[in-house]
Design a protein around this ligand. Structure first.
Ligand SMILES: NC(=O)c1ccc[n+]([C@@H]2O[C@H](COP(=O)([O-])OP(=O)(O)OC[C@H]3O[C@@H](n4cnc5c(N)ncnc54)[C@H](OP(=O)(O)O)[C@@H]3O)[C@@H](O)[C@H]2O)c1
Length: 238
């Protein structure tokens, strides 16, 4: 979406734009057979996404670091939709240990996973390091989502194979991805406090979100192409 469209809300080729609501975009969708994880689903865009997916009967898992806020969000959704299927699970994206525990707990539930919405984010915070020693915005917004996605990918592939329904991974980025340090992402200098800019560090984490989504799309489509051609090969052989 270009900046003009973003500001004016003029719809794009999909018929939707920045002024469209989540309810408008999902109108008529039956998500009864879908399970979605929404990181940071206890507030803001994540909460609205959780509310609307639940409205369409999806099973929604709110993954949040603040369990009290997550439980309040769940009650808020249930107030207007008492049949909503909402679960809350603990996830702190700035902690490798917490991410691993979340993925283990989710995988142990033995339920499908169709949609992963990588929404949680910290914005413009003063310089700080995560518990694993990585600049906080990069650690939370990008590395946390990169790692949790990797840990859930097999579950998503298995679900797609078993149900015939394509999975979806959604990374929330921002127009701020255009405002990074010179050269884009400072892979060799992520933790440089002296030249730290809260806005540029946010921008680089949002650029990383886009690159991650783009590479996932490339790799997962490659998997599809390979499956397709191996089927062709099989047909040719028999
Ligand atoms: N709002 C905008 O105008 C805008 C524009 C462009 C892009 N975005 C992107 O959209 C996404 C959502 O933004 P928003 O405006 O809805 O933000 P928000 O209201 O601040 O919500 C962010 C959510 O992320 C959670 N979170 C933060 N750190 C976390 C961590 N370490 N582990 C797990 N959860 C964590 C927060 O939980 P706590 O309550 O525990 O902090 C909160 O629930 C972000 O990725 C943001 O970059 C937003």
């Amino acid at each position: 979406m270009n900046t003009f469209r973003l500001i004016t809300g003029i719809p794009g080729p999909s018929g939707f734009g920045s002024a469209s609501t989540a309810e408008q975009v999902t109108e008529g969708i039956d998500a009864t057979n879908l399970t979605a994880i929404i990181t940071g689903g206890a507030s803001g865009i994540g909460l609205e996404t959780a509310r609307v997916l639940a409205l369409h009967k999806a099973h929604v898992v709110i993954a949040a670091r603040n369990m009290e806020a997550a439980n309040q969000a769940k009650q808020l959704i249930l107030k207007d939709n008492d049949t909503a299927r909402i679960d809350v699970m603990k996830l702190d994206l700035s902690s490798i240990k917490s991410i691993k525990a979340f993925a283990d707990n989710f995988n142990a539930l033995n339920i499908p996973l169709n949609i992963l919405i990588n929404n949680a984010g910290v914005m413009f915070c003063p310089f700080q390091l995560s518990e694993d020693g990585i600049e906080m915005q990069f650690a939370t917004n990008h590395l946390g989502h990169f790692y949790v996605t990797n840990l859930l990918l097999d579950k998503m592939k298995d679900t797609a194979k078993a149900t015939g329904i394509e999975g979806r991974i959604v990374n929330l980025s921002s127009v701020a991805h255009l405002h990074t340090y010179g050269g884009g992402i400072r892979f060799d200098n992520i933790n440089d406090q002296r030249s730290y800019s809260d806005k540029k560090a946010y921008g680089q984490s949002k650029l990383a979100n886009i690159l991650h989504a783009s590479e996932l799309s490339r790799r997962l489509q490659v998997v599809l192409v390979l499956l397709f051609s191996s089927r062709l090969f099989y047909k040719w052989k028999t």
